[in-house]
Design a protein around this ligand. Sequence first.
Ligand code: SF4
Ligand code: SF4
Length: 304
Amino acid sequence: MSKREAFIEKLREIAVSTPTEIIEVPDKVEGFGTVVYESQTCSACKKCMDVCEVDALDIQLTLNLPEYLAATIPEDGFRSKNREALVFLLQHLKQNGEVQAISVPTGLPGYGSISWVQDKCIACNKCVEICPENCLTLEKQYDLQAVIGEVVSPPVVEVKEWEPFIICFVCWECSHAAADLAGLMHLHYPANIRTIRVPCSGAVEPIHIMTAMQNGADGVLVTGCLFDECHYGGDDELAGNFMQYDFVQFWKQVFEGIGLGGRLHIDFASAAMGIKFTEIVTEFVQQIEELGPSPLRGKLEVEE
Ligand code: SF4
Ligand code: SF4
């Protein structure tokens, strides 16, 4: 199973409601996007398919006539004058009534429609770069519903004497030291968190966050060094904590979409900030207390 397949399977396993919104993908988050295809100028050269390493593109031997008829020919025309003439003629010949895609006779080169599978696409942009006709663009949007499909909401399970259970990923540079300092200062924060040390907040992957939820966490907290102080990048915009911040903003939207909204948070503290670390944990625990037990418990119980 590929990493992408494992990721989507895990998403389906933890989803408790069907997403309805298209998610905006932050600039720094790579690997997620939507390939938009304009068929009117496509010469069916298949270069995009050849360059795609995950088989996310295929060619259908059909001409999408509705798209041809809706096309606007730019002032300087299409690159392919034959294609431009075809679109022009079709628009002139259009009769009233609905128009459908038509089959392309086998052996007729130059015509066909590219189809794209979001499940497989890793948004590498290679197809966009190679297309000689500029038919493809990669938009920073993600249609979660298209990926995970319809979700049956699980029953609400009654949990007696519930206390939030929270997994907190701490980087072993600053935020772990901040947690230690909080202990040394005898600062009290709720005992509901279990800390997991990671080399850098940027090392926390979506699969780790999802697995924590699947293993009974009511919320996941990621903590790292202050901005500009990441031990693996400093003030570089690609430093681990900068990258993880954007990633968590994306993942918060994903969690919102699948019915786990408000259960993921990222924050930062330096090694000297025991008090700040205590505040971060206390506020997140309060947030989870207000939300109640994870609705994923119902789904997991039904599946057992
Ligand atoms: S963006 Fe990359 S993975 Fe997605 S369809 Fe294009 S080549 Fe394939
Ligand atoms: S989308 Fe571009 S690269 Fe792909 S078949 Fe059409 S013209 Fe060729």
